[in-house]
Design a protein. Structure first.
Length: 56
């Protein structure tokens, strides 16, 4: 499990890319992260930071 307090206190950045399909373990990790930080994003306690945006 990812300790988000440690990430925040060290001012680390979480970066994600989707160049390939994910196996069951990776999908479970993504689901757990959405469950843990999703509510904070929905109520705007957490705000995603986008450094660079490319073509959609």
């Amino acid at each position: 499990m990812l300790d988000l307090e440690a990430v925040a206190s060290k001012r680390l950045e979480l970066i994600g890319v989707t160049f390939r399909t994910h196996d069951a373990d990776e999908r479970a990790l993504v689901h757990a992260m959405r469950h843990e930080i999703g509510p904070g994003i929905e109520v705007r306690v957490l705000k995603p930071s986008v450094a660079v945006s490319g073509p959609c």
